[in-house]
Design a protein around this ligand. Structure first.
Ligand code: SF4
Ligand code: SF4
Length: 431
């Protein structure tokens, strides 16, 4: 059963965006090797198309998914395939990675022919999106074409440019840098969704971005901008649909006539349409209180976090908490050997200050703020009591892992971690 929506979803949290917002993004060259995750939307069921010793270029297709809804993966450097290695992935799963020895030549091939979205029909665009390997870049990295293939009676295509996680400015920088790709991608998506309207959601506080996008979409039919409040988690699909359409859905936005995609997904798609380029590079915000030179970097997919942190001056503390993603929804990873995958947009480094948590005050703040309308404290108690029935009754699987319950807890209890545990236990029990 889906939980009811009860949370106020009006929590403003400190953004810290100034650390990287006005610093020029820096392109980093790959090191000796890149390690491309053979992973797509949680699946590792891929057919690898290259062998040890093969030469590849930037843009060579290296793997294809065997499952119906998964999409291909392309090489991010030129060089020689050195084999497959199992490594820890940013999703905290061991995943096979294709190792490519970088020849330093950066030879590039077009991964596919560009396509004019204005003359192509909807089915051709959907197939193109699938073959180009476009995945949703705002979340788990699930192939993007699926929501268009099954789109029906779509009233609004919502392009999410909210970027509500603290510290992260990668989307913001990318929109400024790739205006043409952004507009092309979003207009093609509008056509594929058969949507009456496309709405670009941007935080009210980002007036500069609003003006820039207004100018970029001037004169385009059925495209508007929604200036949304600077609250967390405004970028969550459900919150956006509620804010813009004043509607609630049960499982998927399609139920209320919405398709939601991230702004950088539109940009990646525009890049593919205009230049025949797959997702082989990523803009990543490297920020936080414990990295020397916070900035945005443009890096090849498969570059290890350790090399990126080194290029940002290294850590400023002996003990740090390294997060793949932002501090609220990202995953803390114990070492920096993991690599940048296609759906990643941030590395956050915080000082690892041990703090004392005290016991629960029963203040109810975690329940008041939970955007999914859950009672995190009660779920956490059920986890401690290993009481699966109660976890289920309290709809723990509906947690979106936004991190707010931990953020607002005055006792500094890691409530999110416990709700996450409950969610995993219930998901495992279902399999
Ligand atoms: S992490 Fe889960 S339980 Fe905690 S506030 Fe967010 S949605 Fe609610
Ligand atoms: S916010 Fe923290 S202290 Fe308050 S009820 Fe929730 S777990 Fe307990």
């Amino acid at each position: 059963m889906m939980s009811l929506f009860k949370g106020p979803m009006r929590q403003h949290i400190q953004g810290h965006k100034e650390l990287t917002e006005h610093v020029e993004a820096q392109e980093l060259k790959a090191g000796e090797k890149v390690y491309i995750p053979l992973f797509c939307g949680a699946s590792t069921n891929l057919e690898v198309l290259v062998q040890e010793g093969d030469s590849v270029c930037i843009g060579t297709k290296i793997a294809e998914c065997k499952e119906r809804f998964f999409v291909p993966i392309y090489a991010s450097v030129s060089g020689t395939v050195a084999g497959i290695e199992k490594r820890m992935h940013a999703s905290l799963k061991p995943v096979p990675h294709l190792v490519i020895i970088n020849d330093g030549q950066y030879k590039e091939v077009a991964s596919f022919e560009p396509l004019n979205y204005e003359t192509a029909d909807r089915e051709t665009l959907i197939d193109f999106m699938m073959n180009a390997g476009i995945i949703g870049l705002g979340g788990a990295g699930f192939p993007a074409f699926v929501k268009y293939k099954f789109a029906k009676d779509v009233e609004k295509l919502i392009i999410n440019a909210v970027e509500c996680e603290p510290f992260i400015t990668a989307d913001y920088k990318t929109i400024f840098a790739q205006k043409e790709e952004f507009v092309t991608g979003l207009m093609a998506m509008k056509k594929m969704a058969m949507a009456k309207e496309a709405v670009i959601a941007i935080k009210k506080t980002h007036q500069d971005l609003i003006s820039f996008v207004e100018e970029a979409v001037k004169g385009l039919d059925g495209v508007s901008i929604a200036a949304v409040p600077d609250v967390y988690p405004m970028g969550w699909e459900r919150v956006l649909v509620r804010e813009i359409m004043h509607k609630e859905y049960d499982r998927l936005p399609g139920e209320v006539g919405a398709v939601v995609n991230n702004a950088t997904t539109a940009i990646a798609f525009g890049d593919a349409l205009l230049h025949g380029r797959a997702i082989v590079k990523k803009t990543v915000t490297v920020s936080g209180t414990a990295v020397k030179e916070p900035k945005n970097v443009i890096v090849p997919v498969g570059m290890p976090a350790s090399e990126i942190i080194a290029a940002c001056g290294g850590y400023t503390e002996d003990s740090v908490k390294l997060i793949a993603g932002g501090p609220m929804m990202g995953k803390t990873i114990v070492n920096d050997a993991f690599v940048i995958d296609r759906n990643m947009n941030a590395l956050t480094v915080l000082a690892n200050k041990p703090y004392d948590s005290i016991s629960c005050l029963r203040c109810g703040k975690c329940s008041d703020h939970c955007p999914a309308g859950l009672q995190p404290v009660r779920i956490a108690q059920a986890v401690k009591a290993a009481d699966k029935k109660t976890m289920e009754k309290l709809c723990a699987v509906d947690c979106i892992e936004c991190g707010l319950c931990t953020y607002v807890c005055p006792s500094r209890l890691d409530v999110t971690e416990n709700v996450r545990k409950a969610k995993r236990q219930l998901q495992l029990a279902k399999k």
